[in-house]
Design a protein around this ligand. Structure first.
Ligand code: GDP
Length: 509
């Protein structure tokens, strides 16, 4: 069950250089075109890089079936809407503190004496200009990765936090890259200025950050660029109002608008979803366009909803949601998936029809992919036979081919932030001995997605979750029978991995 990268690229109909690059991106070390891949990895690559198969291009059909329901753009209905803002930056540079500070001044919080639920986004009204801003409060969430994969960009503005003490760090650079790729406008928030009180010293630190950002092609206003910078302290609240007004200023320059009429089909994205004991299936929807009201019909994924109620961040009913609002939507047949798009249908009959159409398309596509897979397997078999003919006397590779060498136990790591995902990957990858070793197939941020579970199933991996909070029950009790484990303390996780490795040792009699 082995195949070379070169041959696989032939079968996949892609350039071998591209495949080498993709594999390196997936974490394979020292890959060349002659690198030999095992069946297990080929499966993985097929899962991850479905797009390389002609059939998978057709997968887009099922995802875009709801496009037919959308209304054509009507410029006359375009009205200003609040900007949607994501806060990004290196770990510990102050994202959470800024969000907590903003949340305290949120519309809902002020009306309800601070009692707010976590629904994935919240809105504030700026103190001076009295304008609304929507903040997404869990930007590292799996839903956002999914939306990004689908080319959806729900954010307008990224506030990039940089601690005055540290200047830019690896995740700052990651965030800069992301901002550039997604075409978002950026504002720089320099945080923790209360930590450097001496004016000269503060000045020097700010200059250094300006220079560091310039290296990464972020040109602040101070050096003739157009990126605003706000030095602030989220702890004392100093200049937080300035940050809010800077966002409004930028949003005016961007002239952010959406059609907000009930005449057009509402569109939005699911930020979070869950089953609530008292009310049933609930999804937080960030509305992109239209005007959502009770009684509207929505389709999403394989399910639909007759909107029974709309709730704000305090769990209080609201009559409607406008573009850039995030509301909890009640009345779903089944829980929709976070990261899926929501589109309004005319009536229940139409919603059911489109749900069915999507399911049918998915089945067709699945079959098409299976056919491709079968062809590929035939290709692999042929390659194997050829290789056996050639290698009959060569012993160079025979160790690995016979499966000699340490036994690999596979894991998939999911964590709350990429920093901890990396840290866990590194610490457990070092575990094991000459007989059994840890093999981390992937490590990423957010709840295990369907694709993670599929990958785990194929590679017989256990999924290790770190600091993810309460997990959707469909993940824990997944139908694939994948072992998903949760931890809040790293050493517990490591202890458990050691136990699993030990269990995998051959018994000695
Ligand atoms: P995150 O990882 O980016 O979300 O960072 P946090 O918001 O959790 O902040 C990391 C640490 O820095 C926490 O201990 C915060 O209390 C502290 N911190 C955040 N902002 C400020 C600030 O403006 N001033 C000071 N002195 N400390 C801050």
């Amino acid at each position: 069950n082995y195949i070379s990268v070169n041959k696989l690229s032939n079968l996949l109909n892609c350039r071998s250089e591209q495949l080498v690059e993709d594999l390196t991106g997936l974490g394979f070390a020292n890959v060349t075109q002659n690198y030999i891949l095992s069946r297990e990895y080929v499966e993985l690559i097929l899962q991850e890089y479905n797009y390389e198969l002609p059939a998978s291009r057709r997968l887009l059909n099922a995802q875009t079936v709801y496009d037919e329901l959308k209304s054509p753009i009507n410029p006359r209905l375009l009205n200003k809407r609040p900007p949607v803002v994501t806060i990004m930056g290196h770990v510990d540079h102050g994202k959470t503190t800024i969000i907590d500070h903003l949340r305290k001044s949120s519309v809902v919080s002020q009306e309800h004496g601070g009692i707010t639920q976590h629904i994935g986004a919240f809105q504030i009204v700026t103190p001076l200009s009295k304008r609304k801003i929507t903040f997404l409060d869990t930007p590292g969430h799996a839903a956002f990765l999914k939306m990004r994969e689908r080319g959806a960009n729900i954010t307008d503005i990224i506030v990039l936090v940089v601690s005055i003490e540290d200047s830019i760090m690896p995740q700052t650079i990651e965030a800069i890259k992301h901002a550039k790729n997604s075409g978002n406008e950026t504002i720089i928030a320099i945080t923790k200025i209360d930590k450097i009180k001496q004016p000269k010293e503060r000045e020097r630190a700010l200059e250094r950050i300006t220079a560091d950002l310039l290296v990464h092609d972020i040109q602040l206003e101070q050096v003739g660029g157009d990126v605003q910078v706000v030095p602030l302290s989220a702890r004392s609240g100093e200049n937080m109002d300035l940050l809010e007004e800077s966002i409004i200023l930028l949003s005016d320059v961007m002239d952010i608008r959406a059609e907000d009429s009930i005449k057009i089909a509402a569109e939005g994205w699911v930020l979070e979803s869950q089953v609530k004991k008292s009310v049933g299936n609930v999804a937080t929807v960030l509305l992109k366009k239209g005007c959502l009201q009770k009684g509207n019909i929505l389709v999403c994924g394989n399910t639909y909803c007759k909107v029974r109620n709309l709730l704000d961040g305090a769990g209080r009913p609201v009559t409607k949601a406008m573009p850039s609002d995030a509301v909890e939507v009640l009345g779903w047949r089944e829980v929709p998936e976070a990261g899926d798009q929501v589109v309004q249908a005319k009536n229940e009959a139409q919603a059911k029809k489109y749900n069915a159409k999507r399911v049918a398309l998915l089945q067709v596509e699945e079959q098409a992919v299976n056919v491709e897979r079968l062809n590929l397997e035939r290709g692999i078999k042929k390659e194997e036979e050829e290789a056996q003919d050639k290698d009959v006397n060569s012993e160079a590779n025979s160790d690995s081919k016979l499966g000699i060498g340490p036994k690999k136990v596979n894991f998939i790591v999911k964590a709350d932030v990429s920093g901890s995902a990396e840290a866990i990957k590194e610490s457990i990858a070092a575990l094991g001995n000459g007989e059994v070793v840890c093999n981390v197939i992937s490590s990423s941020v957010g709840f295990p997605a369907e694709s993670d579970l599929k990958m785990a199933q194929i590679t017989d991996s256990k999924v290790l979750c770190f600091n993810l909070g309460s997990m959707p029950s469909e993940v824990i009790n997944n139908r694939k029978g994948v072992d998903v484990r949760q931890y809040n303390v790293i050493y517990k996780l490591i202890e458990d991995v050691i136990q699993i490795l030990t269990d995998n040792l051959e018994p000695v009699y």
